[in-house]
Design a protein around this ligand. Structure first.
Ligand code: PLP
Length: 377
């Protein structure tokens, strides 16, 4: 059987033994629900959740633990942010998105404009497909993809936020850092954004868990989700019309229902182990190899975090299937970022993408290049 060469870090990171051990340890010896009791086991789980929140706050340089909300992932966070913003803005809002956006960053905002009114404007891109802060249109909301999963280049989020504020001091800035977090250190205070999100699974944590950073959680009076764990008190009458609900203080106010506790137990370990740019050497090697191959067109910059390419005369799904059958695991298609892929002028069907993580070696890169040569010859 072929050894699997996993070069799909941008889709999801492989899990270390330490991560798996931490989750098994929690499930086997420490499991209880959080915030729902006063026995020692429950308070230990509460402490674990609080510690992970502190670890996340330090990881992204948030001012306080209360700025960190656990969600179901980056997609869940983006949809929640769109709903929160929608409930506070009128119907004539202007939302700026860009062609770098993943579907999960742009579609929630396009949909709130579609259903409740509002305009979508596009953030201009420069000749290298980076977000161009020199010429931003006015916006009430600005969705910023800190790193595209197709182009793999870090964007200057701090300057983009500052430039958008010059046009509108009240602009709400929302940063999708799902790819950026894999390769670069996040500093939300330096960015000065209103919201930021990422998924735990891309940095070696588990699926089903994401982070939503809120700069001013108190600003959002009504939560976007309702359920257990977020209600402090219900005062008044028996019906919805004559009672008043007091929410728990933030961040509990935004964490309705049981949290993904096992994944939270793993995230603290993942954060400690994660090192940005861990796959950079392997990516350089892959890039050099791809450049030598006939019929391969590379779309990404030499120092990009991912290598996005197509093969002349071959449908990308055939290419992906033939490579996959030989053990090379990579992403092919529209990358859930149709607008970015369209900008490449790639053949129908999309592109292929190789992305390395800390588990990859130069030998993996050589084997991947060998497989690609074999398939395209
Ligand atoms: C740039 C970007 N944003 C958002 C997402 C969505 O992340 P998730 O599927 O973990 O919610 C991804 C996932 O690939 C991504 O690359």
């Amino acid at each position: 059987m072929n050894k699997i060469i996993y070069l799909d870090a941008a889709a999801s990171a492989l899990k270390t033994d330490a991560l798996i051990a931490a989750e098994v340890d929690f499930l086997r010896y420490k499991y209880a629900n959080a915030g729902r009791g006063i026995c020692a086991r429950v308070t230990a789980v509460d402490d674990m959740v609080a510690q992970t929140r502190t670890d996340v706050a330090a990881f992204i340089n948030a001012a306080a633990d209360e700025n960190i909300v656990f969600t179901g992932g980056a997609t869940d966070a983006m949809n929640r942010i769109a709903r929160l913003i929608d409930s506070s803005l009128g119907t004539d809002k202007t939302i700026m998105v860009s062609d770098l956006d993943h579907h999960s960053a742009r579609l929630p905002f396009e949909c709130i404009c579609g259903s409740r009114g509002g305009n979508i404007v596009l953030c201009p891109l420069d000749t290298e497909n980076n977000l161009d802060y020199s010429n931003l249109p006015y916006a009430d909301v600005f969705v910023i993809t800190a790193m595209s999963n197709v182009f793999g280049m870090p964007q200057d989020v701090a300057r983009l936020v500052a430039a958008a504020r010059k046009k509108n001091p009240d602009v709400i800035t929302v940063v999708d850092a799902a790819q950026y977090v894999v390769h670069e250190k996040i500093d939300v205070q330096q960015w000065d954004c209103d919201f930021m999100c990422f998924s735990a699974h891309k940095i070696g944590g588990d699926t089903g868990l994401g982070i939503m950073y809120m700069k001013n959680p108190e600003r959002w009076v009504l939560p976007d989700k309702f359920g257990g764990g977020m209600v402090a008190k219900i005062n008044g009458g028996e019906t919805a019309h004559n009672r008043e609900i007091q929410w728990e203080p933030v961040p509990a106010k935004f964490e309705a229902g049981t949290l993904p506790l096992t994944q939270i137990a793993g995230l603290g370990v993942a954060i400690k182990q994660w090192s940005p740019r861990a796959g950079a050497d392997v990516m350089r090697h892959i890039r050099q190899g791809l450049e030598r191959m006939p019929r391969v067109q590379i779309y990404t910059a030499p120092d990009a975090a991912v290598a996005t390419f197509s093969v002349e005369g071959m449908h990308v799904l055939d290419f992906g299937a033939l490579c996959g059958a030989r053990g090379l695991c990579m992403r092919v298609g529209n990358m859930c970022a149709s607008w970015a892929v369209r900008r490449l002028g790639a053949p129908a069907g999309g592109v292929a993408r190789l992305s390395a993580g800390p588990w990859n070696t130069i030998a993996d890169a050589d084997r991947a290049l060998e497989i690609i040569s074999e398939v395209i010859k």
